[in-house]
Design a protein around this ligand. Structure first.
Ligand SMILES: Nc1ccn([C@@H]2O[C@H](COP(=O)(O)O)[C@@H](O)[C@H]2O)c(=O)n1
Ligand SMILES: C[C@@]1(CO)OP(=O)(O)OP(=O)(O)OC[C@H]1O
Length: 158
C-alpha cells in the first residue's frame, strides 16, 4: 500500500539569525525566524511525512507553545517523525521538495541538503530531490521577506 503526503510552510527572513535550510547552514545576511531554528524545508518534509501516515502535523507533535521546542534543531524533530513512521511500518519511496526564495541562490547547496536529508531519513540520496525557484520578484518571497517551501512524499507499507 502506498501513502502520499504534502507539506507547505513559510518563515520570515530577519537579520541576526543564521539561515538553516535542509539541515545545513547557508551563508546569508539574514536567517529565518521561528520558535525552532525555523528550517522551513525540514518542516515541510516533516509535515508531508506526518500527512502520509495520518498523524496530523508538526505543530501537533512539537507545539510552538512548548518551551521544549524553543530553538529546537529541526533535524532532531524530523528524526522523531521518521522514527514514528518506521514504527508504523512504512519505508520511503521518494521525496520531492521545492524551496521558494528570491535569495540566496540555493543551487550550490542543493546536493549537501539532499545528502543531509537522506541521512536523517536513512534513505538513499537518489530518493531525495530538492529544488529551488524564485517568484520572479513577486510577493513576499520575491521581496525577500520570507522563504516558503513545499514537499511531497511517497511512502510504502512494508
Ligand atoms: N533561490 C533560488 C532560486 C532559484 N534557483 C535556481 O535558479 C533557477 C531559475 O529560477 P527561476 O525562479 O527563475 O525559475 C531554478 O530552477 C533553480 O535552479 C536557485 O538556485 N536558488
Ligand atoms: C517547529 C515549531 C516548534 O518549535 O515551531 P516553529 O519554528 O515556529 O515552526 P512552525 O512551522 O511555525 O510550526 C511548528 C512548530 O511547532
Amino acid at each position: 500500500m502506498f501513502r502520499i503526503g504534502q507539506g507547505f510552510d513559510v518563515h520570515q527572513l530577519v537579520e541576526g539569525r543564521p539561515l538553516i535550510l535542509g539541515g545545513i547552514t547557508i551563508p546569508y545576511e539574514k536567517g529565518l525566524l521561528g520558535h525552532s531554528d525555523a528550517d522551513v524545508l525540514l518542516h515541510t518534509i516533516a509535515d508531508a511525512i506526518l500527512g502520509a501516515i495520518g498523524e496530523g502535523d508538526i505543530g501537533k507533535h512539537f507545539p510552538d507553545t512548548s518551551a521544549d521546542f524553543k530553538d529546537a534543531d529541526s533535524a532532531k524533530l524530523l528524526e522523531e517523525v521518521w522514527k514514528l513512521t518506521k514504527e508504523k511500518g512504512y519505508v520511503l519511496g521518494n521525496l520531492d521538495c521545492t524551496i521558494i526564495a528570491q535569495m540566496p541562490k540555493m543551487a550550490p547547496y542543493i546536493q549537501q541538503m539532499q545528502e543531509r536529508i537522506a541521512d536523517l531519513l536513512e534513505a538513499s540520496p537518489d530518493s531525495i530531490n530538492v529544488k529551488a525557484t524564485t517568484t520572479e520578484m513577486l510577493g513576499f518571497t520575491g521581496r525577500g521577506e520570507g522563504i516558503a517551501s513545499q514537499s511531497v512524499v511517497l511512502l510504502q507499507a512494508k
